[in-house]
Design a protein around this ligand. Structure first.
Ligand code: THU
Length: 144
């Protein structure tokens, strides 16, 4: 599947966004290694904090459906922004861990503009799982 088609899949998810508070819809489409597309949209909440972004909805959904972390091929994200949308900081952290630093991230907007990037570019100096192995002590108090 080419990236334009993946953005179109993200556009399909965009239409399902539940955004009564921000009125700002976002759609995502995550391509797995079998060619299956996992869709995500943002889902808001009256308590605001529980809101889930489109990107995390797609990734969590794929993991719940049995996809292995690190096995994904690309994610497309679309929103109604002047320039192609960019993922929030929380989503960057989640994508870095579950999609890896070098998976293509395809960003788009409703004007049909498209930008390709990676988490290595969007989240430099990322905190990743291997950092947890570098602790000198695991007594929980940081003492050697
Ligand atoms: N949002 C996303 O779903 N993805 C992004 O990349 C940026 C922000 C959502 C969260 C919230 O529902 C709305 O957009 C406004 O911040």
């Amino acid at each position: 599947m080419d990236y334009k088609a993946l953005l179109q899949e993200a556009m399909n998810a965009y239409r399902n966004a539940y955004v009564p508070y921000s009125k700002f819809s976002v759609g995502a489409a995550l391509l797995d290694d079998k060619g299956v597309v996992h869709h995500g949209c943002n889902v808001e909440n009256a308590a605001y904090g529980p809101t889930n972004c489109a990107e995390r909805t797609a990734v969590f959904r794929a993991i719940a459906d049995g996809c292995r972390p690190g096995s994904f091929k690309a994610i497309a994200v679309v929103g109604d922004t002047d320039d192609p949308i960019v993922p929030c900081g929380v989503c960057r952290q989640v994508l870095a861990e579950l999609c890896g630093l070098d998976m293509p991230i395809i960003l788009g907007n409703l004007k049909g503009e498209m930008r390709e990037t990676t988490m290595r570019e969007l989240l430099p100096f990322a905190f990743v799982p291997s950092h947890l192995d570098e602790a000198r002590s695991h007594d929980g108090r940081g003492k050697p």
